[in-house]
Structures are given as structure tokens and as C-alpha cells.
Design a protein around this ligand. Structure first.
Ligand code: B12
Ligand code: SF4
Length: 435
């Protein structure tokens, strides 16, 4: 008999969460490697196409497959009580999972996705429910929270923690030889409208607020044929919108992204591509912009953070204001809709005094593209995360919450004022209607 495995993507406890092409990509990748060797079930609390979520009002997807999650208001954890925002639990109701567990035959292993460090209460909820219904199932955690807060994750008492990208301990524990040529297990979803791809791992930069260089090391391309096979699988399953989860999608584009997109065009694959995880404007040449638009890119998120040269230099010099100007011009000339080009800027970073955020926001606006304030989340093990020990207890991951931290840093009024200003600036952009 094949081992039985349950995959779980937990609910999210947070002030805010939005279906911004969120998929448990690490979990599906691992399950793909086990394809054919195990019997698999998936319970994704954040599946917006689940029959329960699909029949709720106001949760419809927008034209690119994004949309809201079902949510319930709950009391905040004690340490976030003073944050003047409603705290919620996002995702399918808890009793749906409990019913699922009681009506299914017990699995041998339960693999749980972990994501943002401050989302661990959702992971804890899943563990509690599995332990009380399936006491002998072995619980295995992997993903970002486990990787950057390993000690804290041990406190949730799982049977195995898979830290980082080394899956050796997992295969030993399961006593199964993986097939690393398989695509992520997208077929575990009954219905799919959004998919994810990753053409590479790692990043060549070293931003002081980011954990990627430490966790993933040097930039490394994934095999092109694997990515194309995965894209074709996603299309067969009905995904129309594909989000890239790469950390440096545009790095070495001649060797990685360009051959991929040329093949997409050659094979006449028609999907909408998105880049929610910031693109580096420095690498966006006119040739690349033209190819991206031609191959189906619809939304472009560029990581900008600040127009202050001093801030840029102190945090890793990944991009300059001139890079952003050129990139947005190339994208607009290539036919991208200006309102679908967004530059992210960090809000609540500890060096806000030299960030000149307001000037940066106006600078982005002057380029005719949207700005978006990305609330800063301090990450343990990064230089900026260490520095944040001055304000919060970094050993409590709830303090890494990206709604809470800027308020703790700046108070309630200043983030609100800046967000209002951002909305105003975005509204001032000309309303360009295309297709
Ligand atoms: C894609 C992404 C996003 C997406 C969607 C994320 C999602 N699905 O929830 C978007 C763009 C929306 C996003 C938003 C944000 N993000 Co983000 N994001 C990422 C990114 C690039 C990938 C995460 C991912 O899906 N990994 C899974 C896959 C892709 O990883 P993998 O390496 O192939 O997985 C392998 C192993 O890890 C392992 N594994 C992974 N999962 C599992 C599970 C099991 C059970 C097992 C056994 C193994 C295993 O096996 C896999 C195969 O080898 C990471 C950086 C990174 N490279 O990890 C940051 C990252 C997670 N994000 C981060 C941040 C800061 C944010 C934001 C706060 C940014 C902002 N200021 O707005 C927001 C917060 C959003 C929110 N609602 O709170 C931080 C973490 C912060 C934290 N405290 O935890 C990270 C680490 C980047 C960084 N700056 O250091 N993000
Ligand atoms: S460029 Fe992006 S992924 Fe790379 S280190 Fe900087 S923030 Fe992290």
C-alpha cells in the first residue's frame, strides 16, 4: 500500500490578507516529487475556488484572478492588542477541515506549508486539529517560517521540520526516493484559475532587509524544459493567470527569462503573466520589455523602495532612480498599460529618516506609473531585522507583522497619512482605458 499524505495550506491570522496570486508553491513542489509514489489529498484553506468560498458574496476574482478571502473577525493576540486595526482569520472555516478529517481515512503524514513568520497561529490551529482527530499521523512542516524561525517552529511540536531547501531529511523520514523531474502537483486542485512558476532560485543582491541571499545563496536557473512542462500542465488544468515567484526574474534574462518567453510565443501559449514579487528595474531593457509584453505579461511590480541615494546605497544598491525611469519608459513604449505598472516602496523601514519617502512617492508618480507602499516586515537573521530588536522582541514572530511594525515604528497617524497620499497620487494618474 502506498503511504497516504495530506497536504495543508493553513488559514491566515492577520490584519489584512488578499488573494494576490497566493499558492502554496513549496508544498506543491514537494508533493510533485512524490507523484505516483504516494496517495495525496490537499486541503487549501486559501483556495478561493473551493465550493464554500465560491458561493460567498463579494469574493469574486478580478480580471487577473485576484480577489478577497473569506474571513472572520477574531480577538487580536495580546502582544498586538494596541494596534488599532481589526484582526481576522482568513480562509475556509475551521469546521470544514474538522469535517474533512473525520470523514477521511487517516493519513500517515500531514505536510503543512508555512509562509510569513507572523502567520504561525494558522499553522498551530492546523496542528491542533490534526493531533486531536488523527493522533498517529506524523506532522511535517516546511517553508519560510520554519526556515527563518526554526527554534520557534520547534515549539509547535511537529514530528519533522524541513528547514531551507535541503529536502534530504524529508526523503529519509518518509523513506521514499523522490522523482525530481516531476512538476509541482497542480492536479491536486479540482479547479484552477491561477498558477505559479519559478524559473530560478536565489538572488545576486544583498539587501539588508531580505532573507533570500542567506537562505537561497547565489542565483541559479532552473531547467528551462521543466518550467515549460509545468506551464503546459498549468494551462491544461485551466490556469489563465500565472504569477512568477522568482526573487530575481530579470537577472541573466538572456539565459533564463528570454528563452522561456520566446518558447511561450513559439508554442502559441496564451496566458497572462504577473510579477507580484518585485522585478529589478535595472535589468529591464527595451528589448526585454517588448518581449515580456508580447509573451503576455499584464501586470508589472517593480521593487523601488526609495529615491534617496543614501538609502539605496546603505541597503544594498539594488536599483537607482534612473533605472526606474528607464524601465517604466521601456514598458510603456512596449505597450504595457501604465496603470498596471507599480513601483513598491517600503513603509516603516527603520531608516525612514533618510528614505525621503514622500519625495520618492512623488517621483514615482511623475513617471506616470502607480506607487504602492509595501509595509516593512523585519526578518530575523537579516541586518535590518537585527537592528529592529531596538523596537520589538524579534523572537516573537507576531512582531514581524507588516501591518503592526510600521505602526509600532511610526505611530498610527503617519502610516495613514502616507497611505492616503499614495491613494491620492494614484488617482491623479490619467485614466487610460485599453482593451
Ligand atoms: C512569492 C512571495 C510573495 C508573494 C506571495 C506569497 C505567498 N504565497 O503567500 C507576495 C508577492 C504576495 C508576497 C508578499 C509579501 N512578502 Co513575500 N515572498 C515571496 C517569496 C519570493 C516566495 C515564497 C514562496 O512561495 N516560497 C515557496 C517556494 C517558491 O519556495 P521553494 O524554495 O521552491 O521551496 C522549497 C523549500 O523551501 C521547501 N519547502 C517550501 N515549502 C515547504 C513545505 C513543506 C511541507 C516542506 C516539507 C518543504 C517546503 O521545499 C521547496 C522545494 O525545494 C519569498 C522569498 C523566497 N524566495 O522564499 C518572499 C518572502 C516570504 N516574503 C516576505 C515579505 C517581507 C513579504 C511582504 C511583507 C512584503 C511587503 N512588504 O509587502 C508581503 C506580505 C504579504 C502579506 N499578506 O502579509 C519575506 C518574509 C517575511 C516574513 N516575516 O516572513 C520573504 C522571505 C522575502 C524576504 N524579503 O526576505 N510574497
Ligand atoms: S534584490 Fe530582492 S530578493 Fe534580492 S536581496 Fe534584494 S530584496 Fe532580496
Amino acid at each position: 500500500m502506498k503511504p497516504r499524505i495530506l497536504l495543508v495550506n493553513p488559514p491566515v491570522y492577520d490584519f489584512a490578507a488578499y488573494g494576490f496570486w497566493l499558492k502554496p508553491y513549496g508544498l506543491l513542489t514537494v508533493a510533485g516529487y512524490l507523484h505516483g509514489k504516494v496517495d495525496v489529498e490537499l486541503f487549501d484553506y486559501l483556495n478561493r475556488l473551493h465550493p464554500f468560498a465560491a458561493k460567498q458574496k463579494n469574493l469574486e476574482s478580478d480580471r487577473w484572478g485576484r480577489g478577497r478571502f473569506y474571513c472572520e473577525r477574531i480577538p487580536p493576540p495580546t502582544c498586538l492588542k494596541h494596534i488599532p486595526r481589526y484582526f481576522r482569520r482568513f480562509g475556509l472555516p475551521r469546521n470544514l477541515f474538522k469535517d474533512f478529517l473525520t470523514t477521511q481515512q487517516q493519513c500517515d503524514f500531514v505536510l503543512i506549508q508555512t509562509m510569513m513568520t507572523y502567520w504561525y497561529p494558522g499553522v498551530r490551529e492546523v496542528i491542533e486539529d490534526v493531533r486531536s482527530t488523527w493522533p498517529s499521523a506524523k506532522i511535517i512542516l516546511g517553508g519560510n517560517y520554519v526556515t527563518v524561525c526554526t527554534k520557534h517552529a520547534q515549539g509547535l511540536d511537529p514530528d519533522l521540520l524541513v528547514q531551507g531547501t535541503n529536502l534530504g531529511p524529508l526523503w529519509q523520514y518518509l523513506k521514499i526516493e523522490p522523482d525530481l523531474n516531476q512538476s509541482p502537483l497542480w492536479q491536486a486542485y479540482e479547479k484552477l484559475n491561477v498558477g505559479v512558476l519559478k524559473l530560478s532560485d536565489g538572488c545576486p543582491f544583498n539587501c539588508t532587509y531580505c532573507s533570500v541571499p542567506e537562505v537561497y545563496g547565489k542565483f541559479k536557473a532552473r531547467p528551462l524544459q521543466h518550467s515549460l512542462a509545468e506551464l503546459e500542465l498549468l494551462c491544461r488544468l485551466g490556469a489563465e493567470n500565472i504569477a512568477f515567484y522568482d526573487d530575481a526574474l530579470l537577472f541573466n534574462a538572456e539565459q533564463v527569462l528570454m528563452p522561456f518567453l520566446n518558447e511561450v510565443i513559439k508554442r502559441k501559449i496564451k496566458v497572462n503573466f504577473h510579477s507580484p514579487n518585485a522585478l529589478n528595474a535595472r535589468f529591464l531593457t527595451s528589448e526585454l520589455a517588448e518581449l515580456m509584453v508580447r509573451a503576455g505579461f499584464k501586470t508589472f511590480y517593480l521593487g523601488f523602495e526609495s529615491a534617496s541615494v543614501q538609502w539605496q546605497q546603505q541597503t544594498g544598491s539594488k536599483v537607482s532612480s534612473d533605472d526606474l525611469t528607464k524601465a517604466s519608459q521601456h514598458l510603456i513604449s512596449a505597450g504595457a498599460v501604465p496603470k498596471n505598472i507599480t513601483a513598491y516602496q517600503i513603509l516603516g523601514h527603520p531608516q525612514i529618516d533618510i528614505q525621503q519617502l514622500e519625495d520618492s512617492m512623488r517621483f514615482v508618480n511623475s513617471l506616470g506609473i502607480r506607487g504602492m507602499l509595501a509595509d516593512f516586515s523585519p526578518i530575523p537573521g537579516t541586518p535590518d531585522g537585527m537592528y529592529c530588536r531596538e523596537w520589538v522582541d524579534m523572537d516573537e514572530p507576531l512582531y514581524h507583522n507588516n501591518t503592526a511594525f510600521p505602526i509600532i515604528m511610526l505611530g498610527f497617524d503617519e502610516p495613514n497619512r502616507l497611505k492616503d497620499l499614495q491613494r491620492k497620487l494614484n488617482r491623479s494618474l490619467p485614466n487610460i482605458h485599453t482593451h
